[in-house]
Write a protein that binds this ligand. Structure first.
Ligand SMILES: [Zn+2]
Length: 420
C-alpha cells in the first residue's frame, strides 16, 4: 500500500455532512431548473452567473478566498500552513447542457465545497492549500469546444481563441464574461498542483449494474472519429443486372458489421459506434454512387485503439476491393487516451476500501476537465453511480448515499495529499 493511503489517525473519523451536500445540490437544481426536473445552466448565461455567485458566497462563508481567472474559471482557495506549497485541487464544472441534469459537474464542485466546509468547521489545518475550482464551459453546448476553461489553463487553447468563441447568436465568451462580471485578473495558465481530484457521476450504467458505490477511475478513453467513404457508380435500379453493378452498399454492410465486431472482440472497454450513414444521391431506384459511414471507436489503451484503427483500415481496403468500389478512411478527430496518475488511483482505491465502500476500477467513456488537468498535474477522478446510467438528460438521478460516499472518498484523498 502507498504510504499516503495509510490512515491519518487524527482525521480518520472525519466525514462530510451528507445532508448539507444534498441540500446544496437541491439548491443548485433550482438554478436554471427545467420543467422536467433537470437543469439548463449553460455557460455564461444569467443562470450560470447565479450559480457562480452562490458558490462564491458559500466558499467565502467557509473561510475561502475566491478568485477568477481571465477565462472565468472560478477558484475557492483554503490556505495551508505552507502557503507557497503546490495546492491540492478538487474541481469540476457548474455549467450544464441545455437539457442537462442536476448532478453532472455541479456534484464535483459542491463535493469539493463540502470538503472545505468540514475542514473549516473542525478547524483542520493542512500543510498544502486546497483549491476547489469550477471550470468555464465544460459542456461545450453553447460555446464550442467543450472543456474550454480547463483547456485554456492547460495550454491546449490560447486565451484569445477561448475569448473569441461565439454562441449561435454571435455573442463571444469574452463579451459574456464581461456581461456577467466573471472576467477575472488571475492568469489563465498552468500553476503548481500537487494532486488533482474530480468527483463526478459515472454517466454510464456500469457501477449500478455491478453494485459498486465508488468507481476508481484509471483514465479516460481515447477515440478516433473516422469517416469511411465508399464510392462506386450510380446506375438505374431496373436495367442493371446485380453482377454488373459497383454498389458501395456491398462493402458498407460488411464494413459496418466488421467494425462493430472489432469492439465486440475486445470487452469490456472497446467501443464502436456507427452513428450516421449517408447515401448519395439517395434515391430509391438508383444504386448509390457514395456511401459515407461515420464511425466512432474508443479504447483506454493507446496500442489497442491504434490496432482497432489499423484493422478497420484493412477491412475497408479488403471489402472495397471485393465489391469493386473505392474505399477511403478519412480522419475526422482523434483524442488520445488519458492515463491518470497511478499513485492517486491507488490512493482513491485504498481510501474507498478503508471507508468500507464497494468499489471497482473503471475508465471514463466521457471527456472531463481532468483530461486537461492531467496534462500538467497528477490527476484522477472518483465516480459514483447514476440511475440507469442516464446523463445529459433531465431525468439524471443519483442517490444521496452514493453522493455522500463519493464526497467522503474525496475528503480523505484530499486530506492525505494535502498533508504530504
Ligand atoms: Zn461533467
Amino acid at each position: 500500500m502507498n504510504p499516503s493511503a495509510q490512515p491519518h489517525a487524527a482525521h480518520d473519523a472525519l466525514r462530510v455532512n451528507g445532508q448539507r451536500l444534498w441540500q446544496s445540490l437541491e439548491h443548485f437544481a433550482g438554478i436554471g431548473a427545467t420543467g422536467r426536473g433537470g437543469c439548463n445552466r449553460q455557460a455564461l448565461t444569467d443562470a450560470d452567473r447565479e450559480g457562480r455567485d452562490t458558490f462564491s458566497a458559500w466558499a467565502r462563508a467557509a473561510g475561502c478566498t475566491v478568485t477568477v481567472d481571465a477565462v472565468g474559471n472560478l477558484y475557492a482557495r483554503r490556505g495551508g500552513t505552507e502557503q507557497d506549497a503546490a495546492a491540492v485541487l478538487a474541481s469540476s464544472h457548474l455549467d450544464t447542457q441545455a437539457t442537462g441534469g442536476r448532478y453532472d459537474g455541479v456534484y464535483g464542485v459542491l463535493a469539493g465545497l463540502e470538503v472545505l466546509r468540514v475542514l473549516d468547521e473542525l478547524q483542520v489545518r493542512t500543510r498544502r492549500p486546497i483549491e476547489v475550482v469550477s471550470w468555464t464551459n465544460e459542456e461545450g453546448c453553447r460555446f464550442v469546444p467543450a472543456m474550454l476553461g480547463s483547456g485554456t489553463v492547460a495550454g491546449t487553447h490560447e486565451l484569445g481563441f477561448a475569448l473569441e468563441r461565439r454562441d449561435a447568436a454571435g455573442r463571444s465568451v469574452g463579451e459574456e464574461l464581461d456581461r456577467i462580471g466573471y472576467r477575472g485578473s488571475r492568469p489563465a495558465q498552468v500553476f503548481p498542483v500537487h494532486a488533482s481530484f474530480e468527483a463526478h457521476i459515472e454517466q454510464g450504467p456500469v457501477l449500478e449494474r455491478d453494485g459498486a458505490t465508488i468507481g476508481v477511475v484509471t483514465g479516460i478513453q481515447g477515440l478516433h472519429w473516422l469517416d469511411v467513404v465508399l464510392t462506386g457508380a450510380s446506375c438505374h435500379a431496373g436495367p442493371t443486372p446485380m453482377d454488373m453493378r459497383q454498389d458501395p452498399w456491398r462493402a458498407a454492410t460488411r464494413i459496418i458489421a466488421g467494425a462493430l465486431a472489432l469492439a465486440d472482440a475486445r470487452p469490456p472497454w472497446a467501443r464502436c459506434t456507427v452513428g450516421d450513414v449517408r447515401c448519395l444521391p439517395g434515391a430509391r431506384n438508383t444504386v448509390p454512387e457514395t456511401v459515407r459511414i461515420a464511425i466512432d471507436i474508443r479504447h483506454p489503451q493507446h496500442e489497442v485503439l491504434e490496432q482497432m484503427r489499423a484493422e478497420l483500415t484493412a477491412l475497408v481496403a479488403e471489402e472495397a476491393a471485393r465489391a469493386r468500389v473505392q474505399g477511403e478512411v478519412e480522419a475526422v478527430w482523434h483524442m488520445p487516451p488519458t492515463n491518470f496518475e497511478p499513485r492517486l488511483v491507488d490512493l482513491v482505491e485504498a481510501t474507498a476500501r478503508r471507508l468500507g465502500y464497494r468499489q471497482q476500477r473503471i475508465t471514463s467513456g466521457a471527456g472531463h476537465d481532468s483530461l486537461n488537468i492531467a496534462r500538467f498535474a497528477p490527476t484522477t477522478m472518483i465516480f459514483v453511480p447514476c440511475a440507469g446510467g442516464l446523463s445529459h438528460n433531465e431525468a439524471e438521478r443519483a442517490s444521496p448515499e452514493d453522493l455522500e460516499a463519493g464526497a467522503n472518498v474525496l475528503l480523505h484523498a484530499v486530506l492525505a495529499t494535502a498533508s504530504e
